[in-house]
Design a protein around this ligand. Structure first.
Ligand SMILES: NC(=O)c1ccc[n+]([C@@H]2O[C@H](COP(=O)([O-])OP(=O)(O)OC[C@H]3O[C@@H](n4cnc5c(N)ncnc54)[C@H](OP(=O)(O)O)[C@@H]3O)[C@@H](O)[C@H]2O)c1
Length: 255
């Protein structure tokens, strides 16, 4: 058993949980971050039982730097050796249209997806620098490049987070800290399952591969970028969208 630890935010279910489980499968200890303390510990207990690793859940207060510092101090005090931080949690900012969106709500999305992730990445980097290295993986989105309707702050935040990812990769490379991003397209979440009729007709379903991502596809990409498998890669983007973004337009069969 190694002493490596991964910290995944927003990881009580879905994409985040799959990422945590992927690292646990490789004998990493796991830190689960969630806005809900009980859910975080429940998910951590499940990981510990299924993969026989140490796992701990933390309640995260969005944009509270003191809370971020406390969490990282506690992780260190408990003897976890933080090798990888995966920034998965996001404010999805659904239904925000540019002419009507409340500026406060716009800023909440930007601040959650950029500023809060900055706070988390910085505390992680301080520990990784001391330990001689580590990795940070942003779960970003192909909407960083291609906008979708009524998601103005979300698209802006994902583009901004990519710029921040590159700046971190540049500044922290000398500490052997690698920083990279996974860019999913549409993922088969519960939201997608519950909204099948809408989603089925969404143009982003029509990818060259004819499919969209499962949680495990994103987890495998995060594992690649967050582990030693990608030893010489930093500041990079790994798109996992079935080829959606390379199309000028989706090819939709007439039937
Ligand atoms: N779903 C997609 O089709 C898709 C496509 C492209 C990119 N992505 C990206 O992939 C990542 C995971 O996506 P997902 O759809 O699986 O995410 P999700 O389930 O909607 O969110 C992941 C977690 O983020 C936390 N979260 C939700 N709203 C938040 C808020 N306002 N402030 C802070 N935390 C919040 C929640 O954790 P707690 O409630 O436990 O705190 C949630 O479980 C995200 O970064 C997303 O932007 C998703």
């Amino acid at each position: 058993m190694n002493n490596k630890t991964v910290f995944v935010t927003g990881a009580t279910n879905g994409t985040g949980y799959a990422i945590a489980a992927r690292f646990a499968r490789e004998n990493y200890h796991v830190i689960i971050g969630s806005r809900d303390k009980e859910n975080a510990q429940r998910a951590a207990d499940r990981i510990a039982a299924d993969y026989h690793v140490k796992a701990r859940g933390y309640a995260m207060a969005v944009l509270d730097e003191e809370n971020v510092k406390e969490i990282f101090a506690d992780i260190k005090a408990r003897g976890f050796s933080l090798s990888c931080l995966v920034l998965n949690a996001a404010n999805l900012g659904i239904g925000q249209e540019g002419l009507t969106v409340d500026v406060k709500e716009f800023m909440e999305v930007i601040n959650t997806n950029i500023t809060w992730n900055f706070m988390l990445a910085r505390q992680a980097a301080l520990q990784m620098k001391e330990a001689g290295g580590g990795t940070i993986v942003f779960i970003n989105s192909n909407t960083a490049y291609r906008a979708i309707p009524d998601r103005i702050a979300y698209s802006a935040s994902k583009s901004g987070a990519l710029g921040m990812m590159r700046a971190m990769a540049l500044d922290w490379g000398k500490y052997n800290i690698r920083v990279n991003a996974v860019l999913p397209g549409m993922i088969k979440t519960v939201r997608w399952e519950n909204n099948y009729n809408n989603c089925r007709s969404a143009p982003s379903n029509y990818t060259p591969l004819g499919d969209i991502a499962e949680f495990e596809d994103i987890a495998n990409a995060a594992w690649y970028l967050g582990s030693g498998e990608s030893r010489n890669t930093t500041g990079a983007e790994l798109t996992v969208d079935g080829g959606n973004m390379i199309q000028l337009y989706p090819v939709i069969p007439e039937s």
